[in-house]
Design a protein around this ligand. Structure first.
Ligand code: HEC
Length: 129
């Protein structure tokens, strides 16, 4: 085997090791499974908790205005059947259901999609089995 070929092999080996380490980093990061297709990182959940406390808890903590209470697993488990994407979309766009009216972004237009997603993730993490 000539010299340049050996170098190339070593280089390929290094790339493979980097890829494997990358995968390990992704899969060992602690993620919270909310549904088989929806997992979030611990940071996102922490962030979601803050956003929830500031923007959603006024209704969802106590069930004001017929809002489903966080922690009411029966209610949220059933809602989850719509799919997490739908729940996030309803939270962003607003939603009128049998119970009452959920204002778009909980009434705070400054929230981003990502922040709403984090808040919904937090709500679900507290309200599903
Ligand atoms: C002014 C009160 C109020 C605030 C603030 C509020 N909600 Fe709601 N929310 C409701 C009500 C009422 C419903 C129930 C609607 C129904 O099903 O009839 C609801 C329902 C929901 C649902 C279920 C939607 C569905 O498709 O079943 C989600 C998810 C949700 N809220 C997330 C949030 C998030 C996230 C925030 C904060 C960013 C928030 N809500 C702030 C009143 C509120």
């Amino acid at each position: 085997m000539d010299d340049s070929r050996q170098k190339k092999n070593r280089f390929t080996g290094l790339i493979i090791v980097i890829i494997i380490l990358g995968f390990l980093a992704i899969f060992t990061e602690k993620r919270f499974l909310l549904t088989p297709r929806f997992t979030v990182t611990k940071e996102k959940l922490e962030n979601g908790r803050q956003i929830y406390l500031e923007n959603c808890a006024s209704c969802h903590a106590e069930g004001r205005g017929a809002a489903p209470r966080v922690g009411d697993t029966g209610y949220w488990q059933e809602r989850l059947e719509k799919g997490v994407d739908t729940l996030i979309r309803h939270s962003v766009q607003g939603y009128e259901g049998d119970l009452g009216y959920m204002p778009p972004k909980g009434g705070n237009p400054h929230l981003t999609y990502d922040e709403i997603e984090a808040a919904v993730a937090y709500i679900l993490s507290q309200s599903t089995e």
